[in-house]
Design a protein around this ligand. Structure first.
Ligand SMILES: Nc1nc2c(ncn2[C@@H]2O[C@H](COP(=O)(O)OP(=O)(O)OP(=O)(O)O)[C@@H](O)[C@H]2O)c(=O)[nH]1
Ligand SMILES: [Mg+2]
Length: 350
């Protein structure tokens, strides 16, 4: 005999909320969603990266008496974009929205965004601060300038139709998300830009102005890492995802290392006579610059700090030492060959 399950209406809209250390915002956000989405069959999917402040427990406490709320707790992983993708992929609703937990995104515009999708005029509705009716007045001067610069860079380099590509507040058809999900990058903070750039012109985008508010509780997670990942995303999209951003960073760091090497070598030759000494100092400087820049930029997501960094640097030097010795010896040999009969250069006549 088939059992009859107690059913509530299946959700038409899944609201995905990525969280890291947002315990103090969870209950207020659910209360505000409940007020704004009256009459809509909605659910809230919190995707928490094992926040040490007990955000997941706070969500589950609410979930115990409100079946519309659930928590996807990820352990051993961090990352805003990846959290949003997994939350959206766990939905079976017709529409999915992504909204920050800190209440900076105005949940009151969600019904307007939903109406645009229901009407079939767009596949994705991006909430924007930068058209008439929207505002980013709550930004500090510094954050506002960074956001505007990043927006200009995105428009120039990637050429998206989004007026506010830095926004992480949007709603879209779930079937369109399912199609492009395998091509999205779980790294980084800019999931909306990734979706728009990956889907290309086939994705019909509409916009919804809103006023960006103040953070309700807790601390911002905005940091340099996010800037680096943003540059990586721009580079990947500029090359049509052909080249891995890590490779591009690696090549840039290598080029800087070459410039450091040649500059220090030139200085060394001016200051100290022996070529070998200048070459050793230049090589060490280039190695140090390569290690530090790769640690800060190319591998920032697994950056070494403190003792681990010293250990990493020593290992890096050991691995490089074979090439360094060959480099110093070969060049010194060629140079002294030119002056006092050192090693014969391969092209030298016998
Ligand atoms: N799951 C998950 N969520 C994250 C992670 N980093 C940030 N978030 C969430 O993503 C949302 C946006 O982060 P914020 O710290 O508010 O970043 P922001 O809005 O760009 O910066 P502010 O304007 O300074 O608040 C918040 O709900 C965070 O809790 C992460 O690594 N994993
Ligand atoms: Mg925020």
């Amino acid at each position: 005999m088939m059992s009859t399950a107690t059913t509530s209406l299946p959700a038409e809209l899944s609201v995905v909320i990525p969280t890291f250390k947002e315990r103090g915002n969870v209950a207020e956000l659910v209360r505000r969603l409940d007020a704004s989405l009256a009459g809509v069959a909605w659910e809230a999917i919190f995707v928490d990266d094992n926040s040490p402040d007990g955000t997941a427990a706070a969500v589950k406490e609410i979930a115990n008496h409100d079946a519309r709320v659930r928590c996807l707790r990820r352990v051993g992983r961090r990352g805003l974009a990846g959290a949003c993708i997994e939350g959206m992929l766990s939905s079976a609703a017709a529409f999915v929205a992504v909204i920050d937990a800190d209440l900076q995104h105005d949940e009151k515009v969600l019904p307007l965004m939903l109406a645009k999708l229901r009407g079939g005029e767009a596949d994705l509705v991006a909430a924007t601060r930068y058209v008439a009716g929207g505002s980013a007045a709550s930004f500090s001067e510094g954050r506002g300038a960074i956001s505007r610069l990043a927006t200009r860079m995105t428009h120039r380099l990637v050429g998206t139709a989004l007026t506010d590509p830095m926004s992480g507040f949007f709603m879209m058809r779930r079937d369109r998300l399912d199609e492009i999900a395998p091509r999205l990058s779980p790294a980084g903070f800019k999931i909306l830009l990734d979706i728009a750039a990956t889907a290309g012109s086939k994705l019909r985008i509409a916009e919804q102005p809103y006023s960006f508010g103040e953070r309700f509780e807790g601390e911002s997670k905005f940091n340099i890492q996010i800037g680096v990942e943003f540059l990586g995303l721009l580079l990947a999209k500029m090359t049509g995802d052909f080249v891995d951003p890590r490779f591009i960073f690696f090549a840039i760091v290598g080029t800087i290392g070459l410039v450091v090497h040649l500059t220090v070598l030139k200085l060394g030759l001016v200051l100290t006579e022996p070529f070998r000494a200048a070459q050793v100092i230049a090589t060490l400087c280039a190695m140090t610059s390569n290690f530090l820049l790769n640690n800060e930029l190319t591998y920032r997501d697994r950056r070494l700090k403190g003792f681990a960094m010293v250990r990493g640097f020593v290992l890096f030097c050991l691995v490089c030492s074979v090439g360094v010795l060959a480099n110093v010896d070969l060049r010194a040999g060629f140079i002294s060959n030119g002056r006092s009969g050192g090693w014969p250069a391969p092209w030298a006549r016998p």
